[in-house]
Design a protein around this ligand. Structure first.
Ligand SMILES: Nc1ncnc2c1ncn2[C@@H]1O[C@H](COP(=O)(O)OP(=O)(O)OP(=O)(O)O)[C@@H](O)[C@H]1O
Length: 258
């Protein structure tokens, strides 16, 4: 396990994510219907589905930002909205460009924010500093530590947010279309980094519109369009008719061969 978390409080067979019979709507508009999915620790889940299919909403339920109308969402055996659960998930938001440009902070300061949940009061300890330094090295941004985050490229910025999650010792990384606006070369390097982190034990939930990315990098695929249309091996996904069912035949599906 790459995380610094002592996992003694989590039984070995506890799923990292357990979504059970979840139904959710905005007002009377249904967005998720009877969705169930377990994500085992160490999985790299690629979550695909057409625009407006409920992917970001499902992620917000995992992050504990919303509660289901029916069913349950648990992280490591705890309700997702519980503080202890939220502490274990690192979030890399979709298109952080605008917000990040306006952040008058250095890379090191942003990564250090990963330690703040544990350090609301008091000084930054040597352990905190080491965690921040190690996180920057792991994602290859240690040479950018003193740079303003607004001056970085899109790909570099996404690495900063991953480093922030690593510094917080998250066990689960949740990313919402992280490479929107990132150039092709940096994009590939970014997914290689996710693969490396996953190989070292990090559980990953990635929302991704490019099915080629999912079949290349993920160990498991889920396809959502209000209901869950598929959950299983990426190579099986492209062979079943789940893809056409979820997207409809007239939808443009992004496929990208690496
Ligand atoms: N805060 C909100 N209030 C009302 N409706 C919302 C809200 N957020 C999302 N929706 C609607 O819920 C549906 C699902 O949205 P969601 O963002 O979860 O889908 P998505 O699969 O992530 O889409 P995309 O791929 O376009 O990001 C959409 O129809 C969207 O317009």
């Amino acid at each position: 396990m790459m995380s610094g978390h002592e996992s003694t409080d989590t039984p070995a067979d506890e799923p990292a994510v357990s979504v059970a019979n979840v139904t959710f709507g905005y007002g009377d508009r249904p967005v998720l219907e009877d969705v169930s999915i377990d994500v085992e620790p160490g999985t790299f889940l690629g979550l695909v589905g057409p625009n407006g299919s409920g992917k970001s909403t499902l992620l917000e339920l995992l992050l504990g930002l919303r509660r289901p109308d029916e069913g349950t969402v648990q992280l490591f055996g705890e309700p997702a909205h519980a503080f202890a659960a939220g502490d274990r998930i690192g979030y890399v938001p979709q298109d952080v460009t605008t917000a990040a440009r306006e952040m008058p902070m250095t890379v090191r300061e942003v990564v250090a924010m990963g330690r703040y949940p544990h350090r609301l009061v008091g000084r930054f300890s040597r352990t905190d500093r080491r965690a921040v330094d190690e996180a920057m090295v792991r994602v290859g941004i240690d040479d950018l530590a003193s740079r303003r985050i607004g001056r970085l490229s899109g790909g570099q910025r996404q690495r900063v947010f991953i480093a922030r999650a690593l510094a917080s010792e998250a066990d689960l990384l949740a990313l919402d279309e992280p490479t929107v606006g990132v150039d092709a070369e940096s994009r590939e390097a970014f997914y290689d980094l996710l693969s490396e982190l996953n190989a070292a034990g990090m559980t990953i939930v990635l929302i991704e519109h490019d099915i080629g990315v999912v079949t290349t990098y993920a160990t498991e695929t889920a396809c959502l369009n209000r209901r869950l249309h598929f959950d299983g091996a990426p190579e099986e996904f492209v062979e079943t008719d789940a893809l056409a069912q979820a997207y409809g035949t007239d939808q443009h599906v992004v496929r990208h061969d690496h």
